[in-house]
Design a protein around this ligand. Structure first.
Ligand code: FAD
Ligand code: DLZ
Ligand code: SF4
Length: 509
């Protein structure tokens, strides 16, 4: 039977309702889902990410079949080269008059799709991705005429627009932002609730076996696979978070804990980003928890700001500045990544913990990504594209639209300040304040130079010194630069000498 329309559903578009299905009846459509080599290898993906996506795609295909759609499914062991090749194969057996695709989240793929129509010889409709709360046009409208695109103002508009945590036309509690209450370090103040793992069903087990066989050298310890692969299970994960972790989320949001990779975080980005959770639904659930007195306003606001503010803002920024954005390297950072980025084998305890869990579990929370790994890459001047490729590969929630602004912009300041008002550079003192890694470390966070000195310390001052000129244009850096300049010449020289020595032997740290 000839079908009129083909709908290609990408691995990170597993939402129902789905924008490309709008107005298309099941009997009109052939739906294509394809696990393909190109998407699986354009970066060194964590195996957790592949298993999550492939299993979720297979469950989504089953869901569509139950709804009456005809689904053509290509699995990874069929060695299909690309998504375009998958569409061509379907077209051979079941000609279609047009192809509908919800616009992809990455520039790379969108660029490719511009040429698909010529190859397939049918129109290709790129449908707006309505699963975000701000469209690309909304963001451009907001950005028009502004000198600086600061998240905080974007976020306030989004709060008003979606009427989240509002009291009439004022923010609930009188303030837009309760971050000042959300910065506590972790000192084991309370019990961290144990997280139950979602079940691994037959479909997931089969994908685990296939991915293990096909991608033996990729990161990811699949014996620890714990991700939800359906919308219902992802909802259950969210529910668990709201009941058990949300009340302490805000307070320990910036904490670093030896005992837990998860602390009180949501563990929902991977579901939001592949479509298993809906961002507005998440925000509404968190607001409801606050309204029924289950958590503080600071916890609810802190969480909603991440999803309604940061997540939408970075996506807007990405599309606003691509393709130039991926080329930026404002601080000329070119030092190769130490090998231990791929093993976690470094004596720096905080960094080793963060790297190992990123590689093994595909997850690290925000402060690990920003202030432990990202901060190290920033102050050591590690190569920007290599760091970005590392982040894009390693995390289970990584897609370029969200990874790039966070890594290149927020963590590495390589966009020269489009995203962050100042570099997130910090010494070992900050890491010590925020958690309990230092007391298990071979380095001493109080020492700046000499044997056993915490490498973050001298590298921090080296960073300040080598970017002195650029940083002095930033009023928020005045105090730090002033302090550095006031130090005695020989004191500064000793710190810089030690930092140079440290930079010369990064592999051995
Ligand atoms: P929670 O701490 O529970 O936060 C709740 C939700 O808020 C997250 O699930 C996420 O959807 C959203 N959120 C929070 N901060 C951000 C942010 N800065 N940008 C976008 N969304 C945010 N997030 C990704 O989803 N994919 C990435 O590839 C990614 N790469 C990052 C790279 C760097 C260098 C940094 C500093 C941050 C990155 N983030 C990324 C943002 C953030 O670290 C993760 O969203 C968060 O750690 C996911 O864990 P969680 O669900 O437990 O988050
Ligand atoms: C990340 C990923 C991977 C590993 N594999 C596939 C795949 O085989 N098929 C697919 O449709 N999508 C996959 N994805 C997600 C895509 O890379 C994602 O849709 C684009 O990067 C656009 O965001
Ligand atoms: Fe990290 Fe330095 Fe503390 Fe070691 S001493 S855990 S390297 S901050």
């Amino acid at each position: 039977m000839e079908k009129d329309v083909a709908i290609l559903v990408l691995g990170d578009q597993l939402s129902w309702p789905h924008p490309a299905f709008s107005g298309v009846e099941p009997e009109q459509a052939v739906v294509i889902l394809a696990e393909v080599r190109e998407e699986a290898t354009y970066v060194r993906h964590n195996r957790h990410k592949m298993v999550l996506l492939f299993s979720a795609m297979r469950h989504f295909a089953a869901h569509l079949r139950e709804r009456g759609y005809h689904v053509e499914y290509v699995s990874i062991d069929q060695s299909m080269p690309s998504l375009l090749a998958a569409c061509q194969q379907v077209q051979k057996n079941r000609p279609f008059a047009r192809l509908r695709v919800c616009e992809p989240g990455e520039f790379r793929l969108r660029e490719q799709m511009e040429n698909w129509s010529a190859t397939l010889n049918v129109p290709v409709d790129l449908i707006d991705d309505t699963r975000f709360l701000a469209s690309r046009q909304d963001f451009s409208d907001w950005a028009a005429g502004r000198k600086q695109l600061r998240m905080e103002y974007f976020y306030r508009d989004m709060r008003k627009r979606y009427r989240l945590l509002m009291d009439g036309d004022q923010p609930e509690g009188g303030k837009w932002n309760y971050d000042a209450e959300n910065r506590s370090g972790w000192r084991g103040q309370c019990a961290i609730p144990a997280r139950p793992n979602p079940d691994i069903d037959e479909v997931t087990q089969q994908v685990i076996d296939t991915v293990t066989a096909l991608f033996p050298d990729n990161p990811g310890d699949l014996s620890t696979f714990r991700w939800a692969v359906t919308g219902e299970t992802a909802e259950a994960e969210l529910e668990w978070f709201c009941e058990n972790a949300l009340p302490a989320f805000g307070t320990y949001q910036d904490g670093l804990a030896e005992a837990s990779p998860w602390l009180f975080h949501g563990l929902i980005s991977m579901y939001l980003n592949c479509g298993l959770l809906d961002p507005l639904g998440v925000c509404e659930k968190v607001e409801a928890a606050y309204r029924r007195g289950h958590c503080s306003l600071a916890a609810a606001e802190g969480f909603i700001r991440q999803v309604l503010g940061w997540r939408e803002y970075v996506r807007g920024l990405y599309w606003h500045h691509m393709p130039d954005y991926r080329e930026y390297n404002a601080l000329s950072a070119v030092r190769p990544l130490p090998e231990w980025f791929w093993t976690g084998d470094t004596g720096m305890r905080c960094l080793s913990k963060a790297l190992k869990q990123s590689l093994d579990l595909g997850y690290a929370h925000h402060i690990q990504r920003l202030m432990v790994i990202g901060n190290f890459a920033l102050i050591a001047g590690l190569d920007v594209p290599a760091v970005c490729a590392w982040y894009l590969g390693v995390y289970v929630d990584a897609y370029e639209w969200v990874e790039l602004p966070n890594t290149l912009g927020m963590a590495l300041f390589a966009d020269g300040g489009i995203m962050a008002s100042k570099p997130y550079a910090a010494s070992g003192k900050y890491i010590q304040k925020q958690g309990d890694h230092c007391k298990h470390c071979q380095y001493d966070p109080k020492k700046v130079t000499g044997e056993g000195a915490c490498p973050y310390n001298s590298l921090y001052w080296h960073f300040i010194d080598r970017h002195n000129e650029l940083l002095s244009q930033n009023p928020r850096m005045g105090l730090i630069l002033g302090g550095w300049r006031k130090r005695a010449d020989d004191d500064r020289a000793a710190v810089l000498k030690w930092a140079d020595q440290t930079l010369g032997q990064l592999e051995a740290l």
